[in-house]
Design a protein around this ligand. Sequence first.
Ligand SMILES: O=C(CO)[C@H](O)[C@H](O)COP(=O)(O)O
Ligand SMILES: [Fe+2]
Length: 217
Amino acid sequence: MTKIAPSILSADFAQLKKEIMEVDRAGADYIHVDVMDGHFVPNITIGPVVVKAIRPITTLPLDVHLMIEEPDHYIEAFAEAGADIITVHVETCPHLHRTIHAIKEKGVKAGVVINPATPKELLYPILPDVDLVLFMTVNPGFGGQKFITNVIEKIKQVDEWRRAFAPHVLFEVDGGINEKTAKQCIDAGVDILVAGSAIFNQTDRKQAIETIRKAAE
Ligand SMILES: O=C(CO)[C@H](O)[C@H](O)COP(=O)(O)O
Ligand SMILES: [Fe+2]
């Protein structure tokens, strides 16, 4: 079954506990946490203190998406705060193999994220080492942007590598996911759909999650 990861970037931050509890009860599979530093992306969001604060609110895995430069400096802090998955951008990691293994050494699942305009070849050498690949389907930095369709072709091509030598790797997409775009992603081989505005901008979160899940299947 398709897994859904609501992105709290589009939640009401003044009521974060209530928002997380609501999507948890509504059938979410992960909680997606967007960490932005104002350097790698033109926005600033949250850090390890917030991850620590939300950790007791839910038993769902916390999927922490690091959109920050030099992520190596923060792996320990996010792991100790309670992250279950930490994903780092290929664009921010000159020593990607070292970074991925530093995450794993903390007992956390390790994922690599790739921007829409970054060539898929950067994934090839690291694919057997990661637990997850997150394909950005918008340029990272903000919620509510339009899905970039040509990423689908990249997902299909990387899926061929996955089938050949890394079948354990999960594929996740992030950005512009809604009932219209979900199906194309699943058909291309995606396992986990991140959705922010398509869930948190709806008053009935249960229905929003079910709508995306149904459209995907
Ligand atoms: O990483 C992100 C942005 O950089 C967010 O996870 C993503 O944008 C989710 O928001 P939406 O579903 O509204 O596009
Ligand atoms: Fe994200």
